[in-house]
Write a protein of this length. Structure first.
Lengths: 652, 355
């Protein structure tokens, strides 16, 4: 809840607003009775939702998949966190996914999912998400709904103005919230000013497989780069980052970073920098960052440590970066579907500042600068301003669009969503949220073509919205119907972790590409077996490899002898099913790891280091068939000095 | 005759559709298989309707000890049938061409039709033998050994044509494009015969006998008799009521209706049947049957039965409604327990049903 402390001094105003908004919610309740809200969110048994919503899990480190308008959760996709449900981060194949330059980091803070685009429209191939804590960007397949790739971002800290993608998925962009010494070194914190740098990282996405690679890092002045969005359509080729702490304070930021009346939105002409580095510009710098790739055909991830990154000093590329003064420590930085308007939400303000892309270009053309910061030209506020939305709310954070010329902005302090008109800046409607809304999401809202039917508000405070569950509660989200002139609150639903941003799309974009099984004949896992006849146990020193298969409802083999205390036993299990939704699980008594869940046609490996002599059972953890209870086996563990030969069998 | 010969050629060429399209299809649907598993029967082998259907059907069948579905090399039919089809198509075309050239009389069209009909009937007979063998030749060590109420092992052969319930699966068996083309093609050759015969009789003004009609009748009757359309025994303790879904156990209160199309609906109580008839939008009903209280397990014509409503004899779904085959047997019980006696028309009124 990064904004809470900053906003504490305006709490009293917020409380006053809450009191006045009580009257509003009363009248709202009345209109609810006369409408058919229940029908609008009711999905009858067996029917399916119209849209997908991918909500970030925040400190859960994972991504959750929901249906709209029902608010039903379909899946939790493990991304940055170990996940016992599937064995992600526990199985030998997926452990490398969580490798970093700091070693194995089994957790992160997942913030801003964004779906891949072609020509500024969602194409439904991948969804990207950022790890905020140990800077990382993940790519998740939208055909398997599994994490396929994670790249660490060096020279970054608090990877927050991430992971937003350009309109042809050329780049996924990751900006640092905390500036740090670049390269990292032992130095006094008080020498922050002018010594720390803020890295804005442009990660190229290979068009066919989506593989990520850091193209360049722009080393900006030591501000805090809070949020960002790509230009689109006419402003395609630019990227916009909101900043705060242009004071470059290094302590008590809630006061010291709130002194300047205006901070900046940094406008970055990435096409110009791309051309610059393509022509040999930039400086290679030693760095250490992990690049982890999961291969669907081997069902295995590999982690490589990279040692170099290309950095660009903005002052060396004149004309590539400009600073747009924006009042009151802007947070959200959103671009409308036409690419003309850049909306800065001064989070300590009541008003929204809207910059004009055309006016920005004109000002640059006319060279009307108001000084510079570390060599980066600052434009005149009045020269780039398109308009101001006098919202009447307090604490604006984020804005999304419906594709019909309207914008919707969340207000954290006054707990509401405000609908306003692009161009005229007039407020059309406002509806309370419950409570203290952070992000909002309209499916496709971050593209040229939003699918403006529903709006999901993700709230930071739950309080009394559900049955109480002790001090800790899941966060709450709300769905609004935005097809009419006025927004209509339809439904509350609890979410998992702390959803920051979310991404959504029409169901048709994904349903037909969703995989049902993995093909066994395309399984290239080195320890896969294609037939139970290949099942075997092999020993090399104290390493034992068990090649095992499963089919309803038995393991092959299911009796194994000749294992010794002190062995490292690898169960390589291939699920021979080729039928939709028939996984098998595996778990071993006393095993210091999680179970694994193996999808049809897949191979996964579970490591067991037996510590005690005995005969130890294992079993299938997924109720796979009527004979699931029979799906079990035994491993005999002999003393370390035993001479018992390896043997294995099934029904001999 | 030329027109007839062209029909003959087209008709026999349609057999070749069997090499492109499946001849027959068996589909298995169950609650947990909303997308049913399907087997397409081609003239030269079995194919899953979706890629892994055969493997998945075999996987399920291992529970009840059925053999795996045969590979083409495991059944002689899959190598012989294509040759027969090819030979018959070639023969038909040859006959048609000869007819066109005026070398032979239309009776040859009919001979071809007769031969093909015989071969087809043999093929269906052989197919049925395989279905029965497949569904009954079970592994004695099967995981699930299910028996009928009379102790005989349960059989799992899918129907030759139509629908059959196999445990939790609904099996549907119907011809596919290849089989349909075969049927149409054969019809065309029969038509070719008639047209050819007619034009010839015009030319020769010679009366003719018509063996073709007899054959048509024979074939049609073959299809009709293969459709079963009478009452079916109720498997007490197993069959579920088609109205309330509860298992049918009470042999003195069960009921059944059979539609004109031969579809059977079974009920655990007479009141369930009556309630089901209330909004009946299915095919018209041929038989209404109710259990005779005096002869447990015996069904009797519901329209002629005598009914008694008495709180001394509870019925499964709480209507206290019992049926008797005769008024005498009802009178005997009525004397001892009392209650209201009524006949079918009154019962119809009471349950507001019209059929």
């Amino acid at each position: 809840m990064k904004t809470i402390s900053i906003l504490f001094n305006v709490f009293v105003i917020g409380a006053l607003l809450l009191i006045t908004s009580c009257g509003q919610s009363g009248s709202n309740g009345k209109s609810a009775l006369s409408s058919n809200m229940a029908e609008k969110v009711y999905i009858a048994p067996g029917e399916r939702d119209a849209q997908y919503a991918f909500l970030s899990g925040g400190y859960s480190g994972n991504l959750t998949v929901y249906g709209l308008p029902s608010g039903r959760m379909f899946k939790e996709i493990p991304v940055f966190s170990q996940f016992p449900t599937s064995g992600y981060g526990y199985s030998e194949e997926t452990k490398p996914m969580l490798n970093t330059s700091f070693g194995f980091v089994p957790w992160d803070d997942l913030h801003h999912p964004d779906i891949s685009q072609t020509n500024g429209e969602l194409d439904g191939r991948w969804i990207f998400a950022n790890g905020n804590n140990t800077p990382r960007i993940a790519r998740i397949s939208l055909s398997t709904f599994e994490t396929e790739e994670i790249i660490e971002v060096p020279n970054s800290a608090g990877n927050h103005s991430s992971s937003f993608i350009t309109e042809n998925t050329e780049y996924v962009v990751a900006g640092t919230r905390f500036s740090v010494p670049v390269p990292q070194r032992d130095m006094p914190i008080s020498e922050y000013k002018s010594n720390f740098k803020g890295a804005l990282t442009f990660i190229s996405v290979e068009p066919e497989h989506g593989h990520m690679d850091i193209k360049f890092q722009l080393l900006m002045p030591g501000f805090n780069y809070d949020l960002s969005h790509p230009g689109r359509d006419k402003s395609h080729g630019w990227f916009f980052f909101s900043t705060y702490n242009t004071e470059e304070a290094n302590t008590l930021l809630e006061v010291n970073a709130s002194q300047n009346d205006k901070d900046f939105i940094a406008a970055v002409n990435w096409k110009m920098i791309e051309a610059y580095v393509n022509n040999g510009g930039g400086k290679k710098m030693p760095a250490r960052y992990a690049h982890n790739v999961y291969d669907e055909s081997t069902h295995t991830a590999t982690s490589t440590m990279k040692t170099e990154v290309l950095t660009v000093d903005p002052s060396e590329v004149p004309g590539a970066v400009y600073l747009l003064p924006t009042p009151k420590s802007p947070h959200g930085c959103d671009v409308d579907p036409t690419g003309q308007y850049i909306i800065g939400s001064g989070k300590l303000s009541a008003d929204l500042t809207v910059h004009s892309f055309d006016k920005m270009l004109a000002a640059i053309e006319a060279k009307k600068f108001d000084g510079d910061a570390y060599g980066i030209p600052i434009l005149n506020y009045q020269d780039v301003l398109a308009g101001t939305v006098s919202s009447g709310g307090l604490g604006p954070l984020h804005t999304e669009f419906d594709g019909r010329g309207n914008a919707y902005t969340t207000f954290f302090i006054s707990s509401e969503v405000v609908k306003w008109k692009l161009g005229t800046w007039e407020v059309i409607d406002r509806k309370p949220t419950y409570y203290s809304v952070g992000h909002l999401m309209i499916p496709g809202g971050n593209s040229r073509k939003p699918h403006g039917k529903y709006l999901v508000a993700m709230n930071k405070i739950t309080k009394d919205r559900y049955l109480p569950t002790g001090p800790e509660m899941e966060h709450s989200a709300q769905i609004y119907d935005i097809t009419g002139e006025k927004m209509e609150l339809l439904y509350d639903f609890p979410t998992h972790g702390e959803p920051h941003y979310a991404a959504g799309c029409d169901a048709e974009l994904l349903v037909n590409n969703s995989r049902k099984i993995y093909r066994l004949d395309e399984n290239n896992h080195p320890y896969a077996i294609k037939s139970p006849a290949e099942a075997r146990v092999e020993r090399t020193g104290n390493e034992v490899h068990i090649y095992m298969s499963t089919i309803r409802s038995h393991f092959t083999p299911d009796n194994i002898e000749g294992i010794k205390v002190g062995d490292k036993v690898y169960f390589h299990i291939t699920n021979h099913e080729q039928d939709f939704d028939v996984p098998h699980g595996f778990s071993m008594i006393g095993q210091g790891t999680s179970e694994i869940l193996i999808m049809p046609g897949q191979t996964k490996t579970s490591l067991w280091e037996p510590k005690r002599v005995g005969v130890w059972p294992f079993y299938c953890t997924d109720f796979c068939s009527a004979l699931h209870q029979e799906m079990q086996g035994y491993v005999r563990v002999s003393p370390a000095d035993s001479n018992l030969e390896l043997s294995w069998s099934l029904d001999d | 005759m030329k027109k007839a010969s062209i029909l003959m050629i087209i008709g026999s060429m349609m057999l070749l559709g069997l090499f492109i399209f499946p001849m027959w299809n068996i589909r298995l649907g169950a609650p947990q298989y909303p997308d049913p598993l399907g087997i397409d029967i081609h003239v030269n082998g079995l194919k899953g309707e979706s890629e892994f259907d055969i493997q998945n059907i075999d996987g399920l069948n291992h529970y009840i000890g059925m053999k795996t579905l045969p590979k083409p090399e495991e059944m002689w039919e899959f190598s012989v049938f294509p040759k027969v089809v090819l030979a018959m198509a070639a023969l038909g075309v040859l006959i048609g061409v000869l007819g066109y050239l005026g070398k032979i009389r239309p009776i040859w069209f009919f001979i071809w039709f007769l031969l093909m009909g015989t071969l087809g009937a043999l093929g269906i007979y052989d197919f049925n033998l395989w279905l029965v063998a497949y569904g009954t030749d079970l592994d004695p060590n099967a995981i699930l050994k299910l028996v009928n109420p009379d102790g005989t092992p349960m059989q799992y052969n899918p129907p030759l044509i139509g629908h059959k319930k196999l445990l939790n699966f609904d099996a549907f068996s119907y011809p596919r494009m290849g089989g349909i083309l075969l049927g149409i093609g054969m019809m065309l050759t029969a038509v070719a015969y008639f047209i050819g015969k007619k034009s010839q009789s015009k030319n020769n003004s010679r009366a003719m006998k018509n063996p073709g009609i007899a054959l048509m009748i024979f074939l049609v009757s073959l299809f009709v008799t293969s459709c079963h359309s009478g009452p079916e025994p109720i498997h007490y303790g197993e069959d579920a009521c088609d109205f309330c879904r509860m298992t049918i156990v009470d042999k003195q209160h069960a009921a059944q209706v059979v539609t004109e199309k031969g579809r059977v609906y079974k009920y655990d109580a007479i009141e369930c049947m009556l309630n089901d008839l209330k909004d009946w939008d299915r095919p018209a009903i041929k038989y209404h049957l109710v259990a005779d209280y005096q002869n447990p397990g015996q069904l009797t014509d519901a329209l002629k039965a005598s009914y008694l409503i008495t709180d001394k004899i509870p019925s499964p779904m709480g209507a206290y409604l019992t049926a008797f085959a005769t008024t005498q047997s009802r009178a005997k019980i009525h004397d001892s327990v009392g209650g209201q006696t009524l006949e079918w028309p009154l019962l119809q009124n009471k349950f507001e049903i019209s059929n």
